[in-house]
Design a protein around this ligand. Sequence first.
Ligand SMILES: Nc1ncnc2c1ncn2[C@@H]1O[C@H](COP(=O)(O)OP(=O)(O)OP(=O)(O)O)[C@@H](O)[C@H]1O
Length: 259
Amino acid sequence: MPLVSARNMRLVTIKDMSVKLGAHQALSHVDLTIDKGEIVTIVGPNGSGKSTLLRSVIGAIRPDSGTVLKAADMKIGYVPQSLSIDPTLPLTAGRFLSLPNRRTKIAALAALTQAGVEDIADRPMSGLSGGQFQRVLLARALMDEPDLLILDEPTTGLDQPGSADFYTQIERVRRDTGAAILMVSHELHVVMSASDRVVCLNGHVCCHGAPEVVASAPEYRALFGTGTHGALALYRHEHDHHHHDGDACDHDHQHHESH
Ligand SMILES: Nc1ncnc2c1ncn2[C@@H]1O[C@H](COP(=O)(O)OP(=O)(O)OP(=O)(O)O)[C@@H](O)[C@H]1O
């Protein structure tokens, strides 16, 4: 296999990005990189700028300062939180994947297979379970063979086993397609285990690094308080306060312990 330089591995480089929405400073001085094949998860309280960050990567929002650099010809697939479809519309999952651009049945089936729901191509969208519906949205995002898959709270409305299954599928997609994944999630303990890196956001990057590093960071604990038993329990045995290379937690700003 040819050697790939670190530079060729990089899909997205965000440098010192600040975004204002109206009078609201949604993001301040955000730095973030995403490499090929990485799973990066953004966590943070409501209103902390998570969707704004995703939208900046997609290109739907222009930063007021700083830069968002993307690899040339990079393709992005986007999985929304949900989508409402008229239940009276006689639309099968397979046909849904052909909207708005006509696709072959084979391509639709391949995408459904990657999303783990190859058996529902002929089922009406209105009859799908929440988990199946989200996988069809995932399949749609995979149709163009994206280099980066962006998911904004993709398991909203699914129960705990349903979301655990969904995130397992995401790991499979990464393994099978090599796509990098950038996602926002509130299900900290599930997502922590499925992520290579976690970015904890609160208008700025409070803390980032490997899941176990973020889970034990005081900034993270201050934000999520006692609501993180799952994540903390998962990583407590590894909690050694050593921050690895490339991991960083910003201890300079004020925070309030909320235990
Ligand atoms: N046009 C606007 N003018 C002023 N404030 C705005 C505007 N649009 C969004 N905001 C605010 O910007 C903040 C960041 O929003 P964003 O949707 O990125 O947060 P989030 O972390 O994704 O939140 P959630 O977890 O609730 O989805 C929110 O507090 C929101 O109210």
